[in-house]
Ligand binder design. Structure first.
Ligand code: FAD
Length: 472
């Protein structure tokens, strides 16, 4: 095995946490190598996560619009059909364009890309890369950042084959539209991918263990969201657990029981999507050999400010550490971690991390829910504004949902911003910025917003917080 020059930083994993850390590190003057084994950069996010799912959400939304909403605007498109293979081809194009783009960014920023699976050894500062051709390379590093991400969690009794019983990865690559799809797990991934296939014609049933879908959501917003999903044809079996799956000639028979135990029923499906969560991916990483501590959930234990693990010189970020499994959270941690390694100040504000569900309408929020604020005993104001009273939403005939602010009764500082509605994810941006700056709803309400835009609903909800909106 060849020994390369010592690197300032070796990042293991080329997902949004790892590749962003590598680029930022190089921009700060550090000598950086990024090790990635899957053959393409971008990690779960670009290859089998955020990006392909949004490509399919976009395509299926176009199909749904052509089928259901265009005629209302006087546009007739004749019979609308879906070519799933073509849709997948377009999805793959966006994925490969973006993953190759990161390779370009590595070259531009002089990050060395080591293709292969990296592991730690008992020698401090050593990373061994097992390459595709069977050879190994040993790299010496002053600092190592672990950014190996996550993988779908298994569900006992339900064996995945990625064809009829699929994880999100298989659901992003189905060959045809299933007649009946059962989604196990009413979280973000299940609802987004359920939406894709529902819009294309599947009857989607969501089986959820808990009382509510998407537990961290503001209750009022969840109600609005649930109503909208039901209107779209989603069926929900709440407080139920799947205890077994048997493959039949035509699909799958699931055994479903009440969460608390009780009489089982059978549910038939053509395709079952297991979306019951994700777990840190650290297999083959050599954590034990190197003496890096993990917790009971398999997460690498770190100081959430420095990202230092229990082993000096080894750091960890992204989905393998605690906190929400989100690409932008992983990126922020990557940047903060290398800033500190470069002797600068780095910080992630965990109170202001946006959450977005890319269904239609979208759901987006940042900060605390009303229930969380209430539980602190703090006095607060609430302001809401419906998109039905927003002129742009009305001209687009896309006015489901609302905006909600929760602010401190005494200082008006924004404690939580919640949106269900068209483009909610993009609209949340100004709320996140205001919150990062410690802003108040009055700051937003006094800021001139372009007319007619959806963003005026944000301004109006801000006006409504402790006061009155103009248009409602
Ligand atoms: P990952 O992206 O998982 O990257 C880790 C990389 O490390 C992988 O490429 C892996 O091959 C590599 N690796 C692992 N072990 C080794 C090793 N030993 N040697 C070399 N390489 C290794 N998040 C959002 O913010 N927005 C979304 O809209 C969104 N949508 C999603 C949709 C789906 C269907 C899924 C599954 C996830 C979605 N996520 C979304 C979550 C997001 O993808 C993750 O939070 C994010 O990718 C985590 O980044 P990461 O860098 O920590 O890990």
């Amino acid at each position: 095995a060849a020994t390369a020059d010592q690197q300032d930083v070796v990042v293991i994993g080329g997902g949004p946490g790892g590749y962003v850390a590598a680029i930022k590190g190089a921009q700060l003057g550090l000598k950086v190598t990024c090790v990635e084994g899957r053959g393409t950069l971008g990690g779960t996010c670009l290859n089998v996560g955020c990006i392909p799912s949004k490509a399919l959400l976009h395509a299926s939304h176009l199909y749904h619009d052509a089928n259901h909403t265009m005629a209302k605007h006087g546009i007739s498109v004749g019979e609308v059909s879906i070519d799933v293979a073509k849709m997948m081809e377009q999805k793959s194009k966006s994925v490969s364009g973006l993953t190759k783009g990161i390779e370009g960014l590595f070259k531009k920023n002089k990050v060395t890309y080591a293709k292969g699976w990296g592991s730690l050894t008992s020698t401090p500062g050593e990373v061994v890369v097992a390459k595709e051709d069977g050879t190994t390379q040993t790299i010496s590093a002053k600092n190592i950042i672990l950014a190996t991400g996550s993988e779908p969690a298994a569900l006992p009794g339900v064996e995945v084959d990625e064809e009829t019983i699929v994880t999100s990865t298989g659901a992003l690559d189905l060959k045809e539209v299933p007649k009946r799809m059962v989604v196990i797990g009413g979280g973000v991934i299940g609802l987004e991918l359920g939406s894709v296939w529902s819009r294309l014609g599947s009857q989607v049933t969501v089986i959820e263990f808990a009382k509510d879908i998407c537990p961290p959501m503001d209750a009022q917003m969840r109600k609005t969201f649930e109503r909208s999903l039901k209107k779209q044809g989603f069926k929900f079996m709440m407080e139920k657990k799947v205890t077994g799956a048997t493959k039949t000639q035509t699909g799958v028979t699931l055994t479903v029981e009440p969460s608390a135990g009780g009489e089982a029923v059978e549910v038939e499906a053509d395709v079952v999507l297991v979306a019951t969560g994700r777990k840190p991916f650290t297999s083959g990483l050599g954590l034990e050999a190197a003496g890096v501590e993990v917790n009971k959930r398999g997460q690498v234990v770190v100081d959430m400010h420095t990202y230092a693990t229990s082993k000096p010189g080894v750091f960890a970020i992204g989905d393998i550490v605690e906190g929400p499994m989100l690409a932008h959270k992983a990126e922020e941690e990557g940047i903060s971690c290398v800033e500190q390694l470069a002797g600068k100040v780095g910080h992630v504000n965990y109170d202001v991390i946006p959450s977005i569900i890319y269904t239609h309408p979208e759901v987006a929020w940042c900060g605390k829910t009303e229930e969380e604020v209430k539980a602190t005993g703090a006095e607060y104001n609430v302001g809401t504004f419906p998109f039905a009273a927003n002129s742009r939403a009305r001209t687009n005939d896309d006015s489901e949902g609302m905006v909600k602010f929760i602010s401190c009764k005494h200082t008006d500082k924004i404690l939580g911003a919640h949106i269900v509605g068209p483009n909610a994810g993009e609209l949340l941006g100004e709320c996140v910025l205001a919150m990062e700056y410690g802003g108040s709803t009055e700051d937003i309400a006094r800021t001139c917003h372009g007319h007619p835009t959806l963003s005026e609903a944000i301004k109006e909800a801000a006006l409504a917080t402790g006061g009155k909106p103009i248009h409602f």
